[in-house]
Design a protein around this ligand. Structure first.
Ligand code: SF4
Ligand code: SF3
Length: 540
């Protein structure tokens, strides 16, 4: 196996024996093959569009779900990935028949094989099949960005919002990673184009979420526990949470959020459920410890699943793109509805969660809420009460070096405000950093996809202050990354013209020295050093 798609890749180079995430070589190979045949689907879909033929929405859905399935920590289930490959091959066969001629199509679009052939084929089509280091780097950068975009479009799709233009771009870009005629310059251009479609994808998801559940508002979220048995929901899919809240109403079972589901509490629509009890625990990587103590069932709606301990494996349920062998998986029916009754019945037999924390945390600072506070924020900037903002959005992870972000937040001068989104916030959202004239010093917009809100806030401030360039604002970017959704967020920010983003705790292993140089020269991308050095550099 060879995989280097996430920040925790072995030795900052690549996982070759087994994934640091727990992915087995078998699953890694199957995921490589799934990506390969999905690139084939994309090439077929592009050819159909070029021929003026329609591409069924089921194909768009399949492509995005396949990509989402291969995101770090989403799916560890060899059988589930194998079935996706089989379905994709069947789809490719059908698309080729509709197309009529297969002339000029890449091998990935035409390859067919049975289960017994999958592991041998997987060995031929992995990341290292592209020999040129820079082309490989850009192909992977694009593919990872598209994985992130797929996750976001899949969530919007669960709320019946889908933009065929985003799918058409996604498939064109994915198919382009098979095209040997494209140069480094072509692929750099395509990478940036990916970023602008990333903005559209996040805007689409934001519109879907806010239309369905209202605009996030300032909210205090309980982090303690109640006396009833509970179900813990993790991941990013708000529609799954909504269905679960409806089905648990009046059952005596409470629902708690974990990790990236915390921002659900900020949406008005979820406040009407009295049994929506609070947030339990921290970021994804603490789940082995926290899920054990929760005592009730856990529903993983997306990544990030950590291979479970036996002590709670029987209580871990997956849905959507997530999967783990031996854990029950709940699929949607044809109308997109999910039946959580078995999970709820299990909850009724469980003890209430063990308390691990007490108190509250505050969030809900997505675009509309911040715009409503704009006068206050602008006055604080003009008076000098707020000297600077620092965007610290992104992911959290296991590496000890991530204590950098806690220390950075602690040592920030008291007139600096943190703008955040994603699970990176758990490194500092319980520090009680205080407020500036009533504005909390940590403004949490929501999930990683809500980084879109942070971009809108920056653009709004640029407009209010009458600036021509977003980089003239008093905003620094010190972003933490882990998986591929952070890649699309980064590309989206670059496409909006944001420069001098610092990325940590390490730069991606999939960036070759030349591709890194392009990002440094054109966008001022940098890594992190020490807290004190970076404070001097970013805050002054
Ligand atoms: Fe390694 Fe990350 Fe790939 Fe898992 S996803 S195999 S940890 S690089
Ligand atoms: Fe976190 Fe996985 Fe990326 Fe959505 S839950 S930000 S790591």
């Amino acid at each position: 196996m060879f995989c280097f798609q996430c920040q925790e890749t072995a030795g900052c180079k690549g996982c070759t024996r087994a994934g640091v995430c727990g992915k087995t070589p078998e699953v890694a190979g199957l995921q490589d093959l799934l990506i390969y045949v999905t690139k084939g689907t994309s090439a077929l879909a592009c050819a159909l569009r070029d021929a003026g033929k329609e591409v069924p929405v089921a194909v768009d859905r399949m492509v995005t779900l396949n990509l989402f399935t291969t995101i770090t920590n989403a799916n560890f289930d060899a059988e589930a990935v194998t079935e996706r490959i089989e379905r994709t091959l069947a789809c490719n066969k059908e698309l080729a028949q509709t197309l009529g001629s297969t002339e000029g199509l890449p091998a990935a679009a035409l390859w067919q094989g049975a289960r017994k052939d999958f592991s041998a084929k997987a060995r031929e089509v992995g990341v290292l099949a592209t020999e040129d280091e820079d082309i490989r780097s850009l192909r992977e950068l694009i593919t990872y960005g598209l994985k992130g975009l797929s996750a976001y479009t899949s969530h919007a799709d669960a709320l019946l919002v889908r933009d065929p233009e985003i799918d058409a771009f996604l498939q064109r870009a994915l198919a382009a990673t098979l095209d040997d005629s494209l140069s480094v310059d072509d692929l750099v251009k395509l990478t940036l184009e990916c970023g602008s479609w990333g903005v559209k994808g996040m805007a689409q998801l934001d519109a879907a979420n806010t239309k369905a559940y209202g605009n996030p508002e300032v909210t205090e979220v309980e982090i303690g526990v109640r006396k009833n048995p509970g179900i813990l929901v993790s991941g990013h899919d708000l529609r799954d949470l909504e269905m679960l809240l409806e089905q648990t109403a009046g059952t005596g079972v409470d629902v708690y959020t974990h990790s990236e589901m915390l921002p659900a509490h900020y949406y008005p629509a979820f406040k009407k459920y009295p049994h929506f009890a609070g947030n339990y625990g921290n970021a994804w990587w603490k789940q082995t410890e926290e899920f054990e103590k929760f005592r009730g069932p856990i529903l993983m709606t997306t990544n990030c699943v950590v291979p479970p301990k036996d002590s709670y494996k029987g209580r871990l349920w997956t849905t959507g793109a997530a999967g783990f062998p031996g854990c029950a998986h709940i699929d949607a029916d044809a109308e997109g509805n999910k039946d959580f009754s078995a999970l709820i019945e299990q909850a009724k037999t469980c003890q209430a969660p063990e308390e691990i924390e007490q108190g509250t945390i505050v969030g809900g600072f997505a675009h509309e809420q911040v715009f409503a506070l704009a006068d206050k924020v602008v006055a604080a900037v003009k008076s000098g009460a707020i000297r600077k903002f620092v965007v610290m959005a992104g992911c959290d992870g296991r590496h000890k070096t991530r204590s950098y972000y806690t220390e950075f937040a602690e040592k920030l001068p008291k007139d600096v405000v943190i703008l955040t989104a994603g699970c990176a916030k758990y490194r500092y959202n319980k520090l009680n950093l205080g407020d500036i004239d009533g504005i909390p010093r940590v403004l949490d917009a929501g999930q990683c996809n809500d980084s879109y809100s942070l971009a809108l806030i920056a653009l709004k401030l640029k407009e209010i202050f009458g600036l021509d360039d977003v980089n003239d604002l008093p905003i620094a970017f010190n972003i933490a990354w882990y998986e591929q959704k952070a890649v699309i967020v980064l590309l989206a920010l670059l496409s909006l013209g944001v420069k001098n983003i610092h990325l940590g705790p390490t730069l991606p292993a999939f960036l070759s020295p030349n591709v890194t140089k392009v990002l440094v020269d054109n966008f001022g991308i940098g890594g992190i050093t020490t807290v004190d050095e970076d404070l001097k550099l970013l805050i002054g």
